[in-house]
Design a binder for this molecule. Structure first.
Ligand SMILES: Cc1cc2nc3c(=O)[nH]c(=O)nc-3n(C[C@H](O)[C@H](O)[C@H](O)COP(=O)(O)OP(=O)(O)OC[C@H]3O[C@@H](n4cnc5c(N)ncnc54)[C@H](O)[C@@H]3O)c2cc1C
Length: 455
């Protein structure tokens, strides 16, 4: 079989990309290292699309939930992962959970049986110098290939650790308590001034109680193979910093100096005073809908994060787009390295897909694999690619990783409504339904255009 395209990695993303290309008549060589002399610390089998941890694809509600909407869009695009999910479904309320063995077997059988797919068990150690390629090697990419990616992209562009600080929806922050400012008023504005950060003020009592909460909060442990990967200074968990002394955070991420709080303005101090401590939030996406808690990467358990972080003044009603975490994860700085079609700017014959692009989760990884497959099919057919609308789940996720996220602080992201162009005119209560209704309409119109790809 002559090969039109090579896909490296037979996980969620690589399998989905292979299916989309093969269904459109292109011949795919799918290289998977498991069963060919390679392994990862998390996979237990040689099966394609193995689920390495939970068996859940999260909410299947396509009317009020962003990941449910992503399911819906993928189903409309003949997703193999969603077909397998349906075939392997086990009872889980409004979530889609699967029997992991049935799921992987379904994906494997479909690809093995497809006349246009050649599954080859081999460890790929170098980025191919030419020929259409999709790299979908996931969070645990083999080390030789990771080095090759580093050589191509630059050593500061491939991360091996995911140190995630919580991200909060902007419209859930109480600006009667918080205020916008940059330290010493030095911001990114044209005049060097600006109000780039949202600042949450703390009194001494609030700070001490918060410090205590960090010390006592229940943490998740490292997996054995993660524990041997050292922290970088820049991603030290907030609770580890807190353990170093009660004042450490006040000289680190919670430093109040240079931050006059206008809510405390008096005749004597018309600018206001510095609070005892401050929590700062930095804009995380171009839309300005998501804000990142600066320096708050943490291994606190998720429930504990919500409880403790809502004690921060101004964040009492915070809605979290994602919570903090810290784990082994190989991902590239996609907003800087990739074009809007997931191609490496420096080597456009190579596309990236799946978690290595900086999306996070089984469903998101498969969705980005699906999109990479469609983009490659369009290119191989000599057609022009039309991106899915940014109002859809696929479009919003793609836009985020290919340029809308802030490259300098890029961290992996789940799909969530904070990535969608906002609908301020709709009441907060009805917004989720409004997002999904708009998405379905726009996505349907886009799908009609896709029919131009030869089937
Ligand atoms: C320990 C762990 C637990 C996770 N738990 C969850 C969870 O519970 N829920 C969730 O939604 N997400 C979870 N994730 C995140 C994630 O979404 C999954 O990792 C998902 O499988 C990513 O899909 P992918 O296709 O990008 O990568 P993978 O599914 O990992 O697929 C990549 C494939 O590439 C192969 N490969 C790697 N390097 C090479 C090479 N050099 N040559 C050939 N083949 C290669 C690998 O063997 C693998 O089969 C977890 C991640 C990890 C690491």
């Amino acid at each position: 079989m002559t090969q039109d395209i090579r896909i490296i990695g037979g996980g969620l993303a690589g399998s989905e990309a292979a299916w989309q290309l093969a269904q459109r008549g292109f011949n795919v060589r799918l290289s998977e290292m498991r069963g060919g002399g390679g392994s990862t610390a998390a996979h237990l089998t040689d099966a394609l699309a193995e689920l390495v941890c939970s068996n859940s694809f999260r909410s299947d509600d396509d009317e009020r939930n962003a990941v449910g909407l992503l399911h819906h869009e993928m189903r409309r695009m003949d997703s193999l992962v969603m077909q397998a999910g349906e075939a392997a479904r086990v009872p889980a309320g409004s979530a889609l959970a699967v029997d992991r063995d049935v799921f992987s077997a379904h994906v494997q059988d479909a690809l093995d049986a497809h006349p246009n797919v050649n599954v080859v068990r081999e460890v790929v150690e170098e980025l191919p110098a030419n020929g259409a390629t999709i790299v979908a090697t996931g969070p645990l990419t083999g080390s030789a290939l990771a080095e090759s990616i580093t050589r191509e992209t630059g050593s500061d562009r491939l991360a091996f650790f995911d140190a995630i600080a919580p991200i909060i929806h902007r419209d859930s922050i109480d600006m009667d308590i918080c205020w916008m400012a940059s330290r010493w008023d030095k911001g990114s504005g044209a005049d060097g001034e600006g109000k780039d950060y949202i600042n949450c003020p703390m009194t001494k009592e609030q700070y001490l109680a918060f410090h205590q909460g960090l010390m006592e909060g229940e943490k998740t442990g490292f997996k054995e193979w993660e524990a041997s990967t050292p922290y970088f200074d820049g991603c030290m968990p907030i609770e580890v910093m807190a353990e170093r002394g009660v004042e450490t955070l006040r000289y680190g991420p919670m430093k109040p100096v240079g931050l006059d709080n206008p809510h405390t303005a008096t005749a004597e101090f018309p600018q206001g005073r510095w609070p005892y401590a401050v929590v700062q939030l930095r804009q995380d996406n171009k839309l300005g809908t998501l804000w990142n808690m600066v320096g708050f990467q943490t291994k606190l358990k998720h429930g504990e994060q919500v409880r403790l972080f809502r004690t921060i003044p101004g964040l009492e009603n915070a809605e979290f787009a994602r919570l903090g975490g810290l784990h082994r994860n190989t991902f590239i700085n996609s907003p800087a390295l990739l074009d809007r079609q997931l191609r490496l700017k420096s080597a456009p014959h190579v596309r990236f897909a799946g978690q290595i692009t900086g999306c996070e989760g089984y469903v998101e990884s498969a969705a980005v694999g699906l999109m990479a497959g469609l983009m490659a099919a369009t290119e191989l057919a000599g057609e022009d690619w039309v991106a899915p609308p940014p109002t859809s789940a696929c479009g919003a996720l793609l836009a985020h990783i290919t340029g809308d996220a802030e490259a300098e602080h890029f961290q992996p992201m789940n799909v969530n409504f904070g990535l969608f162009p906002p609908l301020h005119e709709v009441s907060k209560k009805q917004r989720k339904e409004a997002y999904t209704m708009r998405a379905k309409e726009d996505f349907g119109a886009w799908l009609a255009k896709l029919e131009r790809i030869p089937a």
